[in-house]
Design a protein around this ligand. Structure first.
Ligand code: SAM
Ligand code: SF4
Length: 472
């Protein structure tokens, strides 16, 4: 038991040590929000647990982008009914124990009120713009308030936060812009994340300096649903921000995601040419290789424009690796339009793609289109896209053999009985390698590895140099 730990007083309530279990679905933005939530809750005496059965508080951070993530959440939420029933007595104290269940994130933003009515076991729901008020909501739940939903938007002009980290790793997500103004016809994000708002450049630079200096952060991923739209409201830009962050001593690597092709500006291309710390990787979702589909998606660019951008980026930095997102079977996509996407894969030579079958999202324009396609056609097109891409990336990755890459080592695992460590290159590829001695611990070390073999999905290396935990 943890009776020695003092209770924490919040308002008129005593908070004894408690455990919180969180499940996160979807994109990095949600993982970033989860970290903020855990950080706020640690101030109320909660520690995170990976065992749902020992949790006092269960929080789902939901994703609404595709139906699959929705279904997973509903199934996991269903399981909490039993958890509540079985958890009536705390075995440690013999007292009645109340498990609080909450749902946040994108589904909760649009459906929070319905969710709490429909699911008996759900105590409260909260949207994407009130993550920083989690303490107040947990307080309300422990005060006995039942079944409430907080889904309001932050109407203030400014977007100002301080990054919270809880993981103890040298990598951090730093949110620099929230929301999305693009309203692509298939996408739910503008409805679940609201309008675009950027943090001020000066604030982000101070925030990252603090993380580097006081929390040992060496690699930062700048986040936004539409991250390269950063700063428009303040006459600042992502390119400018990168060049300012570049100056922070001790910061080794910078990444950003996810970008929209429409907002790739010349100063961003120049940052890729000039920055020594910016990763050699750009994730630039194209969605389709057909101009007519791109028009129906309301993407605001053509295939030709997109390919010109790739050429500019590759010229600015010849080491540049590009990845993308593709949607298979957008409503009424013809066979010819689908073939255009296969051709684009050949032309673009992506290092990897995330590909999805179109999933209608309620309230979006695409969901209202009179669609003639069915799941079978979508499934077949998705498989064709994935098969074509695998061939391309196998070829690209063969070209890595014999070259040496600097990686940041993340973890070790067992592969067919052999211990291997895994790290990520600047260009975002995972490399597996065997330790020099079985007991060698490389976690969060920088290392140089030479690639000895590569397939479409996996890259094996040999350690050349272990650089330890800190490099400049
Ligand atoms: N902001 C990014 C952009 O402009 O491409 C993408 C963010 S979105 C959350 C991540 C990816 O999910 C998209 O790039 C798209 O490929 C996919 N996606 C979004 N809505 C979808 C839908 N209704 N059906 C299938 N895939 C979808
Ligand atoms: Fe969704 Fe990205 Fe389009 Fe925004 S830009 S609506 S997040 S796909």
């Amino acid at each position: 038991m943890t009776t020695q730990t003092p209770t924490v007083k919040v308002g008129d309530l005593e908070f004894p040590p408690r455990k919180v279990w969180m499940k996160t679905y979807g994109c990095q933005m949600n993982y970033h929000d989860t970290e903020r939530i855990l950080s706020h809750l640690s101030g109320m005496n909660f520690t995170a647990t990976s065992e749902k059965s020992e949790a006092d508080l269960v929080i789902f951070n939901t994703c609404a982008v595709r139906d699959l993530a929705n279904q997973k959440f509903y199934s996991h939420l269903g399981d909490t009914k039993k958890l509540k029933e079985n958890k009536d007595i705390d075995p440690g104290t013999g007292l009645k124990k109340n498990v609080i269940v909450a749902a946040g994130g994108c589904i909760a933003q649009t459906e929070g009120k319905d969710l709490i009515q429909k699911y008996k076991q759900l105590d409260f729901a909260f949207g994407t713009d009130v993550v920083d008020n989690i303490g107040e909501m947990v307080y309300r739940a422990y005060s006995g308030e039942k079944k409430f939903a907080v889904t309001s938007w932050d109407r203030s002009e400014n977007y100002s936060i301080e990054t919270k980290i809880t993981q103890g790793t040298p990598t951090a997500f730093v949110n620099i812009i929230k929301g999305c103004d693009k309203f692509c016809s298939y996408c739910i994000v503008p409805f679940t994340r609201g309008r675009e708002k950027s943090r001020r450049l000066e604030e982000v630079v101070k925030d990252v300096s603090r993380l580097v200096e006081h929390s040992g952060i060496q690699e930062v991923m700048l986040l936004g649903q539409n991250v390269n739209s950063y700063g428009k409201d303040n006459e600042e830009s992502l390119g400018q921000l990168i060049m300012e962050l570049e100056k922070i001593p001790g910061l080794v690597r910078l990444r950003y995601t996810t970008s929209h092709p429409y907002d790739v500006t010349d100063d961003l291309v120049a940052a890729h040419a000039n920055s020594k710390k910016l990763a050699n990787h750009l994730h630039l979702p194209v969605q389709s290789g057909s101009n007519t589909v791109l028009q129906r998606m309301l993407r605001e660019y053509t295939v030709e424009h997109y390919l010109t951008l790739l050429a500019k980026m590759r010229k600015a930095n010849p080491e540049m690796i590009i990845s993308s997102d593709i949607i298979a079977g957008f409503p009424n996509e013809t066979e010819e339009e689908h073939q255009a996407t296969l051709k684009l894969l050949d032309d673009a030579q992506f290092d990897f793609i995330y590909s999805y079958a179109f999933s209608p999202r309620k309230g979006t324009k695409a969901a209202k289109m009179n669609d003639v396609l069915n799941d079978e056609i979508r499934g077949r097109r998705l498989r064709e896209i994935q098969a074509r891409q695998l061939k391309i990336q196998e070829n690209i990755r063969q070209g890595m053999i014999g070259k040496t890459y600097r990686i940041l080592v993340e973890e070790k695992g067992l592969n067919k009985g052999v211990t291997k460590w895994t790290g990520r290159t600047s260009c975002y590829r995972l490399v597996h390698f065997e330790p020099e001695t079985p007991e060698q611990d490389y976690q969060w070390h920088w290392a140089d590895v030479e690639i000895i073999s590569a397939t479409a999905l996996s890259t094996q290396g040999k350690i050349i140099r272990d650089l330890g935990k800190k490099i400049q």
